[in-house]
Design a protein around this ligand. Structure first.
Ligand SMILES: [Zn+2]
Length: 293
């Protein structure tokens, strides 16, 4: 199992005595991969770094590793733009059909330690966060909990205070360049190996995203109607608005008020979509903000 970069963290984790960690850092930088690596090392008879060849290292999925992630679908099956970790993923409920974290922790590990990664600790529903707090207060001795979030500030203080924070930095471009030399791919990745993999593994989707982003940037100079049309195609992609924000500097001077206003408008639009405001409405509003004349 290969982890790209983060050497100081890989040195530190095997020695850490904590049972609960908070992995912070940008999306796609390798926080989940390191959580899996940590679980593998704890359960490998050779210890750290995990050998990758023994019976435990080769198990996939590993019975002593659990990932809890926000679910994009509401219970009625509707796709939500604001995914959440729900209570039944943490604590058992009568009609719950999936195994919750609490149930999973009631049995002993097959090897040495059970590691649970709560990927999206900033997206826990309130009841789910309260249930998780109980686990953090008194975890079984064989358990390690890894909360994953963009930053400590976005996690409830009661949860964060029970975890040892491990901060992940964006990967240096020189390291990403060992995987791709394409300048457009590297500019898109911006230190994220997850984004880099998306660009390399789904070239058609990546090209659509970059073309459509370019389309919006060009339409901004032509007027709101053209911008509205260009945004319609772009918003099909989940990463669309954050990527558009990162490329604004191509058409507006970074120090200008216009740049700041456009950046703010994109952030507000992203929040509005997360709060279930209709896409049509958000798109129209954003088009007027991005192309005011
Ligand atoms: Zn091994």
């Amino acid at each position: 199992m290969r982890v790209l970069g983060h050497e100081p963290i890989l040195e530190f984790l095997p020695r850490a005595r904590a049972q609960a960690f908070l992995f912070t850092g940008p999306e796609g930088v390798g926080r989940r991969t390191v959580a899996r690596w940590y679980a593998a090392g704890l359960n490998c008879p050779q210890g750290f770094p995990p050998c990758g060849r023994c019976a435990s290292c080769r198990l996939e999925p590993h019975p002593d590793y659990l990932e809890v992630a926000p679910q994009g679908e509401t219970r009625s099956g509707r796709r939500s733009r604001q995914p959440q970790i729900r209570l039944e993923q943490i604590a058992p409920r009568e009609e719950g059909e999936e195994v919750s974290l609490l149930e999973w922790l009631t049995t002993h590990p097959r090897y040495r330690a059970k590691v649970a990664a709560i990927d999206g600790a900033h997206l826990l529903s309130e009841p789910a966060a309260n249930a998780l707090l109980k686990v953090l207060e008194e975890p079984p001795s064989f358990a390690r909990l890894v909360l994953i979030a963009p930053s400590r500030a976005q996690v409830l203080p009661t949860l964060a205070s029970r975890c040892l924070e491990v901060a992940f930095a964006p990967l240096p471009e020189a390291l990403l360049r060992t995987l791709s030399q394409d300048p457009e791919v590297l500019a898109y990745a911006e230190g994220s190996v997850g984004r880099l993999r998306f660009a390399l593994e789904q070239p058609a989707a990546f090209n659509r995203l970059t073309d459509r982003t370019q389309g919006v940037l060009e339409a901004m100079g032509r007027g709101p109607a053209q911008t509205l049309e260009a945004l319609g195609l772009l918003l099909e992609h989940e990463e669309a608005l954050p990527y558009l924000a990162r490329r604004l500097g191509q058409v507006l001077p970074v120090e200008s008020p216009a740049y700041r206003q456009a950046l703010e408008a994109i952030q507000k639009a992203q929040e509005a979509l997360g709060a279930y405001v209709g896409e049509e409405l958000v798109r129209t509003w954003l088009a007027l903000k991005l192309a005011p004349r």
